[in-house]
Design a protein around this ligand. Sequence first.
Ligand code: CMP
Length: 139
Amino acid sequence: MATNRTFTMIKPDATGAGHTGAILDKIIKAGFSIKAMKYTRLSAERAGQFYAVHKERPFYSDLVDYMSGGTIVAAILEKNNAVEDFRTLIGATNPEEAAEGTIRKLFATSIAANAVHGSDSDENAQIEGSFFFSDLEKF
Ligand code: CMP
């Protein structure tokens, strides 16, 4: 995947609360184009694989339950400087620390149920995008 791309998920708390449209609107208005998008649900096994890097963290099992507990929207986004600009758009992991106007400040309810995921590097954007879209070269 090109370095002007990032990967996002709209998480079950946000889809369940009806924020999917508003979040996608903010993403598009911030200048990102959606290259691929999937409205789906993760099994506990797949959620565990996606977050395997957090396996030793105390919140891992709750994270897996939460991420497999409802619908998610997975998407690949394109924009110059996509990874960094998207992390600015979504705000800090903990919504209490997120800047005003960011997606997490507006829509997240807690550090665990924090509305959206955004890749933290070009390398992870590639890995995470491939996790959901096996035919990335087509997009
Ligand atoms: P995300 O950016 O998707 O990456 C890891 C996720 O783990 C994070 O968003 C949160 O949903 C969750 N997480 C991170 N830190 C904590 C924490 N201290 N307590 C509970 N969940 C957390």
